[in-house]
Design a protein around this ligand. Sequence first.
Ligand code: ADP
Ligand code: GLC
Length: 507
Amino acid sequence: MLTSDRLRIVLAASEAVPFSKTGGLADVSTALAKSLDQQGHSVTVIVPDYRQLRLAKQEQLPAIADAGLRFSISMNGRYVTGGVNWTMLPDSGVKVLLISQPDYFDRPQLYMEDGEGYQDNCERFCFFSRAVMEVCQQMVLRPDIIHCNDWQTGLIPGLLHSQFAGRPGFENAASVMTLHNMAFQGRFWYHDMPLTGMDARYFNMHHMESWSDLNLLKTGISFADQITTVSPTYAQEICTTDGGEGLDSLLSFRKRDLVGILNGIDTSIWNPESDPHLSASYTVQEINPGKAKCKSALQQRMGLPQRDRVPLFGMVSRMSDQKGFDLIAECASRLLFDDIQIAFLGTGDARYEDYLRHLAYENPSKVAAYIGFDDGLAHQIEAGADAFLMPSRFEPCGLNQMYSLRYGTLPVVRRVGGLADSVVNVEPETLRSGVATGFVFDDYSSSQLAETVERAVELYRQPGVWDQVMKNGMSADWSWQSSARHYVDTYRRALERRHERAAENRQ
Ligand code: ADP
Ligand code: GLC
């Protein structure tokens, strides 16, 4: 690669494994950074230094050192000091800068406790976004691209466009804003505007304001040179009234700069051949006895009867309205009428947690629920289950269905967002042509979910066909390589757009 082709990329996100995680964003930040690094680019990931990191098992973490930088940011007239720790992502050249500010980030959780978001979330993440810019400047990172992810970093494109425009180190920098979930926009009351450090004139409907609120995701969309989201179908959905969560007109207006790029998965972490969390390994060439052993171990761990010929469904998920738990609740008795087992792992809304605890208590031989966050168990469910439930109301991409496909666990999904882009429905034609990988339904209805689960149970009774569908999914390539190349194209397009806009402003 010529030096001129090598991009200096700063990837700013509120989560990245193995340092912090509440959902798929954490997996994506790290895996994309590693893949860009493998393709020869220079990548720095910047994340907050949360307490979660300090609690992680030390053997899972690379060595972390103080970068020796202190900086102060005026947060509405009060100077707040931050520091930087740094490390590398294991087995890569990716540098990680951890923004430390104990008052903001040394807390029990990342965003919320007991179902309530932290009152000062706007302040915490405005500080984080402004710190990213300070650190880029003071550590002379000279980024070509600042890649922002979700509302927590939505302020950055605004800062790059205004107070940092043309500053040393940012002369050629362009921004890319990735939307992982339109349901979370970082909306705060307008009194928080001074925390952003942006000129008050930007508090208008074209830039930072929506319905009288300050909206940090909108800020990112308005100012970014390119906008991406995490699947082609979701890119279309968010331009409609149903999917845009109030920002559909702005997104339609910026359609020329909006692209959907399907997430990949980190195939070094999610690989049934080498997964350290599993009691046996397996490959597409030799699925059993490895997968059967994983099933039996999962049943044992979850307290379900250890039977090999009962279809075992798994679900690993944030327990929120997005994920279709209301549909499961509506049709649970119909689902459990069949001879099936279901293993749930998740945490989130108290009503869903309570409901699943109750369902497991009432049906101990069929349902098991582990309420909590457990990475090892997530891997064991992916491997040990026969099929995987994702009846999402909406799903920007979804990673679990791709993990399932790689682990020979047939996904049962709704045809929405990234699920529509990654699972091929079992039907006579797709079976004949060898492309069927799972079970897909269209309407957000409990009867369609129940029918689809019944379809899966029926196919499970035809082991030859089931095995073929497993193999179809396991043979597909879900690695980041091609998606990362797509991101690089988008970065180059962002640089072009930035130059075009600069030229327009000079005229
Ligand atoms: P989302 O980001 O909307 O939560 P994704 O499917 O993109 O959905 O990613 C979810 C990620 O979080 C997956 O890696 C999944 O295994 C993990 N995950 C979710 N809930 C839990 C949990 N309770 N324990 C362990 N891992 C979880
Ligand atoms: C979000 C979405 C999920 C996506 C993940 C990573 O949390 O809900 O669908 O896979 O981000 O992009």
